[in-house]
Design a binder for this molecule. Structure first.
Ligand code: ADP
Ligand code: MG
Length: 263
């Protein structure tokens, strides 16, 4: 069984790509056959893995190459369908064809299933258009990374509305989760926003990813955070007043594995 997750937020710089790469490599390190799909013409999935950008997504969807031919091996257990500016053609085709998004979703599910890929993570561009809809239709779960500043939260309801609308017409996505990023436990601002978010969305709000300079540094060193600084707060979370560890990508990875295994 393949489980598909999408990282969607029409805002840029909220940690979509960082989350997709970090969690994707996290799954791979735990032995899951994992595929990262770059749906953003910026091609930053490849950049973060210190690999060249490429027309993988275009080859697969627009030129209808099989997934196995269009993707590349990024790390052990980690496959990548790369993106570059030619991803715009994928968007063009999706826009033109009435059932494009549904066909995109169907093909992705069927081909990853056939290849015995266990987890697929889709990283989306900062917009809300046909490619985001196609990703939603393919996904079991949508993850909405969001920063915790006041101005970052107002777009969240727009995405959740779009998800709700999509899932009304389809069996997917089953559910969405909010992933608070750039959490700063020192100042009150982000903690306050996190409380508000939890009041509005309850258990659909995941524990936060702390602001961590190591996460920003890792791509420049050609490494994921697991290779560069696995003990950093971005991975391990922060310690609260009661000495309890909260958040970080390790915790989020466990949440996702629980979802996949239905426990
Ligand atoms: P998006 O894909 O939503 O545009 P990115 O994942 O590219 O966002 O992140 C934007 C920038 O912030 C990148 O330079 C990244 O390295 C950095 N970054 C991401 N998450 C964190 C974090 N938790 N703490 C510090 N820097 C981060
Ligand atoms: Mg990005």
């Amino acid at each position: 069984m393949t489980t598909i997750f999408s990282f969607i937020n029409q805002k840029g710089g909220v940690g979509k790509t960082t989350s997709a790469v970090t969690l994707g490599h996290g799954f791979a390190l735990r032995g899951y056959q994992t595929l990262l799909v770059d749906c953003d013409p910026q091609g930053h999935i490849a950049t973060q893995l210190s690999l060249p950008k490429g027309p993988g997504l275009r080859h697969w969807y627009y030129e209808e190459q099989p997934l196995s031919k269009a993707m590349v091996q990024a790390r052990e257990n980690l496959l990548m369908l790369a993106g570059d500016k030619s991803t715009d053609r994928v968007l063009g085709k999706l826009r033109e064809e009435q059932w494009g998004a549904a066909e995109f979703a169907e093909r992705l599910c069927a081909e990853s299933e056939a290849m015995r890929i266990q987890v697929v993570l889709l990283d989306l561009a900062p917009s809300l258009n046909h490619l985001q809809i196609a990703a939603m239709l393919a996904s079991d779960y949508v993850i909405i990374p969001t920063r915790l500043r006041y101005t970052d939260l107002d777009g969240v309801s727009e995405i959740t509305r779009s998800i709700t609308e999509t899932s009304r017409r389809s069996s997917k996505p089953k559910r969405y989760y909010l992933l608070p990023t750039f959490f700063d436990r020192v100042t009150k601002e982000t903690a306050q926003r996190l409380t508000e978010l939890a009041a509005a969305f309850g258990r659909q709000v995941w524990p936060p990813i702390p602001q961590d300079v190591k996460l920003a540094e890792a791509p420049g060193r050609g490494m994921t955070i697991w290779e560069y600084a696995p003990q950093s707060s971005g991975v391990q979370g922060y310690v609260n007043r009661n000495g309890k560890k909260i958040g970080g990508y390790e915790t989020i990875l466990s949440e996702m594995i629980r979802l996949m295994e239905g426990v």
